[in-house]
Design a protein around this ligand. Structure first.
Ligand SMILES: [Zn+2]
Length: 272
């Protein structure tokens, strides 16, 4: 505990690496119609008398891939470079480290085309589960992989709304993306008022992906017993067959620690 407090005291004094480590490509082009200052929207720049592709084309392509992957601006900031093990108390550091290594190993397997199984991160609110899942998605999108990040209640809502409509409509598209994307992130598979229909929908989705060796990354704050209670035995056993499970533990909600630190740190302490 004393060690954790000590870390807490030195953290605000560290330089804010986040501001420089990841350039926010969105902020340089808030409006897709806005012309790039280098090529003025033409997509090519002149190098002597030679026309070459402007770097903004790549930046725009990445933004399109991030949007297609369901990665919001907030999720895009959750990268491996920003996953900070110092938030974990000594007792929980080892499990956090193992989870981080598993996430990075999973990305490597995907890049090498060897990933057959997915991952499941369990743990309480604010323990870094979604952070690791987004970091995986961000790393894969950057490498040009087909990834789809979706929050489970929103997925079920979209599928429910599409029921009885044509496949081309939004919900049907979401379901199809979830089913077939190279890597699917199912965020927040939590306590929910599951009906037979939502249980069957999730089973059918996971079953399809397992059968096609399409890896899925799941985050949940439920224990395995609770998962079985909410989703049923066959879905839970499909998940366990398909995902390596990592439990993240934390003494206090990391998001709260970050928020209160940002609000309470006096400026002189931050600058020192
Ligand atoms: Zn440009």
């Amino acid at each position: 505990m004393a060690e954790w407090e000590r870390i807490g005291r030195i953290l605000p004094a560290l330089p804010p690496r986040a501001a420089t480590a990841v350039p926010d490509s969105r902020s340089s082009f808030p409006d897709p119609e806005q012309a790039c200052p280098r090529c003025h929207g033409r997509g090519v720049v002149l190098l002597g008398d030679r026309a070459v592709r402007c770097s903004c084309m790549q930046e725009r392509a990445l933004i399109r891939r991030q949007e297609a992957a369901g990665l919001t601006a907030a999720l895009q900031r959750q990268t491996f470079a920003r996953f900070d093990l110092r938030y974990y108390e000594p007792d929980f550091l080892e499990t956090a480290r193992r989870s981080l290594l598993a996430a990075q190993e999973f990305v490597r397997e995907c890049v090498e085309g060897k990933a057959r199984r997915g991952l499941m991160f369990t743990g309480p609110v604010g323990s870094g589960k979604t952070f690791l899942a987004s970091a995986i998605a961000n790393a894969l999108v950057e490498k040009g992989h087909d990834v789809f990040f979706v929050v489970v209640p929103e997925l079920l809502e979209a599928i429910r709304n599409s029921f009885g409509r044509s496949e081309s409509e939004a919900g049907g598209e979401v379901e199809e993306r979830a089913r077939t994307s190279g890597v699917l992130v199912l965020d927040d598979l939590g306590a929910h008022n599951y009906t037979d229909w939502t249980r069957n929908t999730l089973y059918s989705l996971l079953n399809y992906r397992v059968n096609h060796e399409l890896p899925t990354v799941i985050t949940t704050n439920l224990s395995l017993e609770q998962l079985e209670y909410y989703l049923g035995e066959r879905t839970t056993s499909r998940i366990l067959e398909h995902c390596r499970v990592y439990r993240l533990r934390v003494g206090q909600d990391i998001r709260r620690v970050k928020a209160s630190r940002a609000a309470n740190a006096p400026p002189e302490e931050r600058d020192s």
